[in-house]
Design a protein around this ligand. Sequence first.
Ligand code: FES
Ligand code: FES
Length: 161
Amino acid sequence: MLARPGEKVKIKVKVNGIWYEREVEPRKLLVHFLRDDLGLTGTKIGCDTSTCGACTVLMNGKSVKSCTVLAVQADGAEITTIEDGDGKLRAIQEAFKENFALQCGYCTPGMIMQSYYLLSENPSPSEEEIREGLHGNICRCTGYQNIVKAVQDASRRLVKQ
Ligand code: FES
Ligand code: FES
């Protein structure tokens, strides 16, 4: 796709079950598209350099760091963010809340989206697999212990469903 400087490109993206059509600059990152164009500010920006995982969303069912994806690359894709009303996502959110798996909460949307992906791939992960699955998401507050417990709790809840 070629665009002149300043020229915008039309994209169509399905986010949390709703199709959106917008014109974006080709250099716009997916995280900025979600937050600034769609007002979905649950997805956070921690580093902007693909290190922290705060911006994690699902793209066609796979977790991606939305600060490393251009909005134009999401053209035609299905994106799931922390705002989605899906029951599985709600169960993970409840597990995080009840296990005190957050303090400031800044990393939490990304942690939950990565946990969602992890549990989709592996519904009953071991502690080691959880730690491995979340290694790209950084939390500065909790020490990870309760995050691991929350994912174990979410796994039990979802297996029962
Ligand atoms: S903001 Fe994307 S990985 Fe940190
Ligand atoms: S709860 Fe504060 S960064 Fe994780």
